[in-house]
Design a protein around this ligand. Sequence first.
Ligand code: C5P
Length: 233
Amino acid sequence: MNVHVLVPAAGSGKRLGSAISKQFLPLGSRPILAQTLLRFGSLPQITGIYLIVPEAERTFCQRDIVDKFHLPKIVNVVAGGKERQDSVRNGLEACNAAQNDIVLIHDGVRPFFPAAQIPPLIDAAAITGAAVLAIPSQDTVKKVINGRVLKTLDRSQIWQVQTPQAFLFSRIFEAHRRAQAENHIGTDDSALVEWCGWPVAVVSGSVRNFKITTQADLLLARALVSTDKDALL
Ligand code: C5P
């Protein structure tokens, strides 16, 4: 059984207010995206990594990310699509996986994912067909409509879902194929598997595994790196 990693990084990513996509900003000694890819490349369970970027940035990413930082196990730099779901589907089509292989899908802007949780995540996906990293919600979550609280959700049942998300290739490929045929958009990849009526297992994630999206996230990430020498490789 091979384990392929897809890293969708084909968003415009300009929410940080910078002219440059967030994944190319430096974190420690390398760009955020390079840190994420290096952490995967160092894991013995991983067979190959597919980086998915905007068509116009493929050459730049191959030369200035993959080659420059000597990133191991990158099999291909694939062109993304209009929406994240299109980018992931392009990656699934490019990765040449066997039906029983495992595919991990991970945001390029989560460089602190817990490496120790990857083997249990892969095992859970092999058994259940799909598995996600998640942490119990730290905040109370309320359903709000038009500025008024409609209801308070039972916090013990609320989990915040992270990536990597792991899948049997046959399941995730079929879920994406059906979603495309029916013009269905899910908020993450596991939501497409749920939409098909198939089970998704939950494996403990980490509070450190946050997505670097805002300026505050970037400050937090840099503070983590400067105070914990083991935060990155
Ligand atoms: O925009 P959001 O933070 O949800 O994006 C999550 C991930 O999906 C990012 O790593 C982004 O680069 C990627 N993405 C993509 N193709 C798109 C849009 C987003 O690969 N068309």
